[in-house]
Design a protein around this ligand. Structure first.
Ligand SMILES: [Zn+2]
Length: 374
């Protein structure tokens, strides 16, 4: 399981003397149940003519050794249930790090002086941690779900109400029986709500889903605190003992739709603010400036983008356009960078929120905009 800490660690890695290979592989299976990443890998390998005479296990070329380590990692460490991999390796150095996740990403390979983080940020920022509560009248399960995987599961069985034991078996009316059952349900639901509260405190999910019969879900919601009620993004029907894998599979379309809806709302807000010229930027250049001034609250960026930009070699200011000389310090030393990677690095480094959305909805903003803090 990957976390934001992985992203921060990779991003904050000091630039060393060796170039870094950043490799992103789509390891999802196609309709023939096959993975095709090796085609991409051999194409990339083919770009290095010098590798023709390079042979394992005695590499003469540092890049040949890196490709071997990649193959070895995929063979020994990759877990079949995952669909995406990010691998970072120093070419000619020691550092080799790979992370895998159940989300497919685009194949991409970059060699640079530092690791490329955009695809990894995209995976981490696009998926929220969900709490899923399944219940009937006697039994509840709380699932912790992240990136479509089950992280943890808690089972709660209602402990019978003390009053239930004090009544002698037999000999009480149907009305009394029903009242007792209703009282027991309230007692259990109160207990489940307490467990849900504890779960939220401990696991810190971003939102909650409640599944059960319509009646049970409605009744149970009333026992939740206001804070938890506000976290509920979806309710639906499901058997309490449905296997976790099935639950997640059935839930995924709703979670995807919710994510899409959140993205659209955000873009709408951005568009309104841009129109009113109120605390927002649209497009690369103004967003880059706002980021470098530390003003960005939320960076809204299209998925899977790259754009040529330049960084001033002296003051390190980043520009989305060609510059003859840096307008800030006058330096003529510039280096080529990917403007999107630079923006995402800055936003992540400043603790700004980064929201990835579908490319077509931000087309008129050249794929990026931001909400500003001031
Ligand atoms: Zn400069």
């Amino acid at each position: 399981m990957i976390t934001k800490q992985d992203l921060e660690r990779i991003m904050d890695r000091p630039t060393g003397e060796h170039p870094v290979l950043s490799l992103f592989l789509d390891l999802s299976v196609n309709s023939d149940n096959k993975r095709t990443h090796h085609i991409f890998l051999s194409q990339k390998r083919g770009q290095f003519n010098e590798l023709d005479s390079d042979r394992t296990p005695h590499h003469r070329e540092a890049i040949g050794e890196v490709f071997s380590r990649v193959d070895q990692w995929l063979e020994e460490e990759f877990e079949e249930e995952n669909r995406g991999v990010a691998i970072y390796a120093e070419i000619g150095g020691e550092w080799f790090e790979a992370v895998q996740f159940p989300i497919a990403i685009q194949n991409r390979m970059v060699m640079n002086d530092r690791p490329v983080i955009t695809p990894l940020a995209q995976v981490i920022e696009s998926y929220h941690h969900h709490g899923v509560i399944l219940l009937d009248r006697e039994h509840a399960r709380i699932l912790s779900v992240y990136l479509g995987s089950l992280l943890d599961e808690i089972e709660v069985r209602g402990t019978p109400h003390p009053a239930a034991h004090s009544i002698q078996a037999g000999g009480y009316s149907q009305g009394r029986y029903q009242r007792r059952k209703a009282e027991e349900m309230r007692h259990f639901f109160k207990e489940f709500a307490r467990e849900a509260e504890e779960f939220v405190n401990r696991y810190k999910p971003k939102d909650l889903v409640i599944l059960g019969t319509e009646e049970n879900v409605a009744n149970f919601r009333e026992f939740l605190s206001e804070r938890l009620q506000k976290m509920v993004i979806h309710t639906g029907s499901m058997r309490v003992d449905e296997p976790a894998g099935e639950v997640m599979q059935k839930l995924q379309p709703y979670l995807d739709a919710e994510r899409e809806r959140e993205g659209q709302e955000l873009v709408e807000m951005l568009r309104n603010r841009v129109e009113q010229d109120y605390l927002a930027t649209a497009g690369l250049q103004s967003t880059l400036i706002a980021l470098q001034e530390g003003k960005v609250d939320t960076l809204v960026v299209a998925r899977d983008q790259e754009r040529e930009g330049v960084r001033c070699g002296t003051c390190e200011f980043v520009f989305a356009r060609e510059i003859a000389a840096c307008p800030y310090c006058g330096s003529k030393e510039t280096e080529e960078v990917d403007a999107f990677e630079e923006m995402i690095r800055m936003a992540e480094g400043q603790g700004a929120a980064v929201e990835f959305v579908a490319p077509d909805v931000l087309g008129d903003m050249r794929g990026v905009g931001s909400l500003l803090r001031f």
